[in-house]
Design a protein. Sequence first.
Length: 236
Amino acid sequence: MDPEERVRVGAMSTPLPDDDSRRPADPSPEDTTTRPADDAAPGPDQKPLLGGGRFGLFSEALLVGLGVSVLSLPIITAVPALAAGVSHVRRHLDGRPDTVAALWEDFTAACRGVWLVSIGMPVLLLVLLFNLQLIGVGGMPGGTGVRVATVFLVAVLLVITLRAAAGWSPGARWGAIVQTAAKRTGDDLTGTVLLVVALGLCAVMVWMLAPLAVIVPGLLSLAVVAVEHRASVRQG
């Protein structure tokens, strides 16, 4: 082998700068077909935050509002329906099953032992509203003060109802739930004011456009879940 040929063979055997044995090998065609992509969709067990989609939690509030409105048609079922709605919102936020069947199951469970509360609260509310109407028609002396006191009692009754719905859990006694809700209404005054504001905003919405009443229960369910979560975080 002449010197010129020896130089040519040596150059062919010299490793190139990028021929590093530590560099990972290029993937084979089989690897590229079997390796999952980085932007693959989440598995069935990975539920997107707030239900995903473009509307997320707002669409869930609409669904809960419609469901609670339908379940509340007999009037005396309004309290357990609202409790089921609040439970449904919590299911959604926790990533648990939040189907219509789950809403129905919560409603049937909340109906157990609720009848004294579910009849008494609407009756008391009707009495207070009737009192407001009488004050407006009769023009009695001191009617302004009585009207303010009646509106205050209506707001307190509605807040207690919302907190009772939020405090319900399967197997709990409704009498104890209402007592706890009344106590929380007085102890957590900031949360009570927030719920009164939510009730006022919902009343304005219905006053502006009556069909919006069907979504009010969903918005109130979302509001009371947020208020109770805020209170639990502050206590913790």
